[in-house]
Structures are given as structure tokens and as C-alpha cells.
Design a protein around this ligand. Structure first.
Ligand code: ATP
Ligand code: MG
Length: 447
């Protein structure tokens, strides 16, 4: 009942014809049974690494993890991981098995896997192999450890976060003993390598039940990003916010599209508030300058998660500017041309659109406005931006109809050149002069 891609059938058959058993396993079985398109197909087999190399000698293979039993076979430019049945040795550091042992038995291989829904295998001849009844858990929407939960989380603490990730992505519940064990073992997460955490955390944040998981397990998240801890149950005592800081944060996360940068920005956007707090004589809390502190926290989180530079820079920039004013003095939506051009100049199109989305979610999350109202405002802002960009307006020095050489030719020298270009760009964005070479040079002579 699984629809295998043609190359997968070929790989399975080849292994079988050479006398080995072989199955598709893990995520692809789970996703197929959920009616979803698997994003990759993993195969497990009784063949040892050198035997797999022999079976696939005429195909393009990559020795990705041969020591751990994995050979990547590339067919039509698509990589398939083929792995020898194995069990993991002892985990003395809570994250890497000290050794792996190859076994000739599928059930033992399935037993080392993290959750019952991930511990199913299938092949066209023998059908489903499901010794831990993952099928029942899948139908019930349950994440349950294979074996004793506490021991499994103790072996590899990343599984704690993986449990939350799968629960978030599929909107599944976590079986009670698995849930109790993961809460208990959560402090071990601090020992897991940042790059492993990153993948799971970003998938968790982009999952359809991210909000519910963040509400149910804030302490687990706080083991990864400790600055979350003060936000849990934090009363902002400010009349602009009807929710505590963690609930506000969770609503913020839920309210932006499932994009890693946007979701992580919302998770971190108010982390600086507890440290920035001042209280006025009426007892009202104020948080002046908190985005700067939030940005520092975002930078630290980016290091912890080993985010690449581009991701880190966008994240920090969006956290720092998440609450820049987007309205006119009288409180109207500001769709003024020069306002938008100056924002485009500062942020670029992608980040400005991101700021609009963040703004919409942040405001909705306060509880003092409705999603419908904020969505309308968002639509209006995006439409104004679309209309403006359709004109291909000038908002960077590159777009300006004069360059440094033109100004040198016009007699300017040294620092004055750069300053004049900046002045001209601002004048163009403000509509004081049109972006034509002669007009610009004339304008320079007038001021
Ligand atoms: P995705 O759809 O995100 O790829 P996946 O289930 O395929 O999900 P992978 O991280 O690709 O997840 O892992 C493949 C399989 O390997 C899992 O289905 C699971 O059986 C097993 N696995 C992965 N990580 C662990 C782990 N930390 N502990 C135990 N088993 C694991
Ligand atoms: Mg996978």
C-alpha cells in the first residue's frame, strides 16, 4: 500500500536479488501512511557496507557514513541513504553512541529508533514490519518512545526536542509517560550540539501545532534558550498588553507564516523585556529600549544554534527593528511614498515585508485588536509596497542616475562625493528632485 518511487523499488530489488533483506524505513513510511509526500526515502538492509558497495558498484555512490553503515546511492540525481541494520552502543555522553554494531535483524534495528511512529519498515514482498505498533499510535496521533522513555532520552537528549518537533509538525499528542520523561530529562538538552538542536527547533517552530507545544513545554525551550525562562508567567503590567509575556510570545509565533526566520524572530522579539523593565509611579511597566537587549539575546541564541551568518544577520535585524513605527503621527497607516522608500532603503524589500508581518502578529498578540483588523492593515501596507515597487523606484545608491564618477567630473572631491550621493538619494526618495542626471547635478548646485 506504499507508493514507492521507481528507483527505490530498483534498489530494494537489487539487494533482494543478492540475497539480502531490505526495507524502506522511518520517516518515509510514517509520512506515506499519513498520506503525505515523503521528502526522502531511507532504506535499511541486512547487507554490510562492503556488500552494499558490491551490489551498487555500477551506480553513483557516496561514502557518507560508511563507518555507521550508511552508503548514499544516487539515482537520477536523487540521493538515497542505504544503511545496514545496526544497534547503537552505549551512550556515555548522552549524544553519540560510543560505537555501532551491525546486526542481521530488522527488529533490532527498529528498536534503536526514537518513536514508534518512526520505527516502521515496509517492503513490497513482506509488507509492513511494525513490532512496536507504530500504526496504532499514528492513527491515534501519539508520539511514544520505543521502549522505556527515560532511558531513551538519557541515551540521546536530542530526542526530547524531536518529540516536541513531531508533535508540532503533525499536531500529535505526546503519550503521558513519554511526556513526563522528557520534562524530567530536559536539562540534558544543554549538552546537545547546536547544529542538531537547530534543525529540530526550527521544524518545531514551523509546525502547525507550534503554539500548543510552546504553551505546554516552555521549560524545555528554556533549556535551549535560558532567556525564555523569565518570560514564563511574566505579568507585563502594561495597559497595552492583556497577556503575560510568554503567552504574548507564543501568539506572536503563531501569527506569522511558518518561515524559520519569522518564527524565531517572534520567539525572541521580547526576550529583552524583563531586563529592560522600569515601573512608573502608577505601577505601570515600561520597556524602553528592550529591542536592543532582545537583539543581544538573539545574537547569543544564533551562536548557540550555529545559525549561518545570513540567517543570524536577518534575525538580529528583525528583532532589533520589530517595533519601528509604521504609522503616521495621527495614527493612520503610513503609505506615504517617501516613508516607504526610506524604509526600503534601510531594510530592503524582503526584510520590510517581514517587518510588516511581524508588526501585524505582534499587535494581534497583545489582545487589544483583532486579527481581521490587523490583516486589513497588513494588506493595505503590502499593496502600497507592491504599487510602489511596480514603478521601479530609486531607493538605493545603485539606483541613482548619477554615480561617484559623475560627481568627480562635476568637480567634487573626496568625502564630499559620498555625502552628495547620500543627499541626492534622500532628495529623490523625498520627491524633491527626479532621478535624472541633469536634474540631480542641477539640484546639487542649488543647495
Ligand atoms: P523527516 O521527515 O524530518 O526527515 P525523519 O523521521 O525521516 O523525519 P530523520 O532525522 O531523517 O527523521 O531520521 C530518520 C529516521 O532515523 C527516523 O525516522 C528515526 O527512525 C531514526 N532517528 C533519527 N534520529 C534519531 C535519534 N536521535 N534517535 C533514534 N532514532 C533516530
Ligand atoms: Mg528523514
Amino acid at each position: 500500500f506504499l507508493q514507492l518511487p521507481a528507483p527505490v523499488t530498483v534498489l530494494l530489488r537489487r539487494l533482494n536479488e543478492s540475497g539480502f533483506s531490505a526495507y524502506v524505513v522511518g520517516g518515509c513510511v510514517r509520512d506515506s501512511m499519513l498520506g503525505l509526500e515523503p521528502h526522502d526515502w531511507d532504506i535499511c538492509t541486512s547487507a554490510l557496507p562492503e556488500q552494499m558497495q558490491e551490489v551498487f558498484h555500477d551506480l553513483h555512490t557516496v561514502e557518507t557514513g560508511l563507518k555507521h553503515g550508511t552508503l548514499t546511492v544516487v539515482v537520477d540525481h536523487v540521493p538515497y541513504e542505504v544503511t545496514t541494520y545496526r544497534i547503537d552502543g552505549d551512550y556515555t555522553d548522552h549524544r553519540h553512541p560510543d560505537s555501532v554494531h551491525f546486526v542481521d535483524n530488522l527488529t533490532e534495528d527498529l528498536a534503536r529508533r526514537d518513536f514508534t511512529v518512526n520505527a516502521m519498515a515496509w517492503n513490497p514482498e513482506t509488507g509492513l514490519a511494525d513490532p512496536f505498533d507504530g500504526q496504532t499510535d499514528l492513527a491515534a496521533g501519539l508520539i511514544r518512545c520505543v521502549g522505556e522513555a527515560e532511558k531513551r532520552f538519557d541515551e540521546d537528549a536530542l530526542r526530547i526536542l524531536r518529540a516536541l518537533r513531531f508533535a508540532s509538525v503533525y499536531d500529535f499528542a505526546i503519550e503521558p509517560s513519554t511526556s513526563a520523561a522528557l520534562r524530567k530529562m530536559a536539562p540534558d538538552l544543554s549538552r546537545v550540539a547546536g547544529e542538531r538542536i537547530r534543525e529540530e527547533l526550527l521544524k518545531l517552530l514551523c509546525g502547525k501545532a507550534a503554539g500548543r507545544i510552546l504553551r505546554e513545554y516552555p521549560e524545555v525551550l528554556a533549556e535551549i534558550i535560558p532567556e525564555i525562562r523569565p518570560m514564563i508567567g511574566y505579568d507585563q503590567q502594561n495597559h497595552h498588553h492583556s497577556y503575560d509575556l510568554w503567552e504574548h510570545t507564543v501568539r506572536g509565533v503563531e501569527g506569522v507564516p511558518p518561515d524559520p526566520v519569522l518564527r524565531l524572530t517572534m520567539l525572541l522579539h521580547d526576550t529583552g523585556k524583563p531586563a529592560a523593565r522600569t515601573t512608573d509611579e502608577k505601577g505601570e511597566g515600561h520597556y524602553f529600549g528592550h529591542p536592543k537587549i532582545s537583539e543581544q539575546i538573539a545574537r547569543k541564541a544564533a551562536d548557540t544554534l550555529r545559525l549561518d551568518n545570513a540567517f543570524r544577520d536577518r534575525l538580529c535585524n528583525l528583532v532589533l527593528h520589530h517595533d519601528i513605527p509604521l504609522r503616521t503621527q495621527s495614527g493612520e497607516i503610513n503609505t506615504d511614498r517617501s516613508f516607504l522608500l526610506r524604509r526600503l532603503n534601510k531594510f530592503g524589500e524582503e526584510d520590510l515585508r517581514a517587518i510588516f508581518l511581524i508588526h501585524c502578529s505582534d499587535r494581534t498578540a497583545t489582545g487589544y485588536t483583532t486579527r481581521e483588523r490587523e490583516d486589513l492593515r497588513l494588506k493595505e501596507r503590502m499593496a502600497a509596497l507592491d504599487a510602489l515597487l511596480a514603478e521601479q523606484p530609486c531607493f538605493t545608491l545603485k539606483d541613482l542616475a548619477v554615480n561617484g564618477r559623475d560627481l568627480l567630473a562635476a568637480g567634487l572631491k573626496g568625502k564630499a562625493v559620498g555625502e552628495a550621493l547620500q543627499t541626492l538619494l534622500e532628495a529623490v526618495m523625498d520627491g524633491k528632485v527626479s532621478n535624472k542626471k541633469e536634474k540631480l547635478l542641477n539640484y546639487l548646485n542649488q543647495i
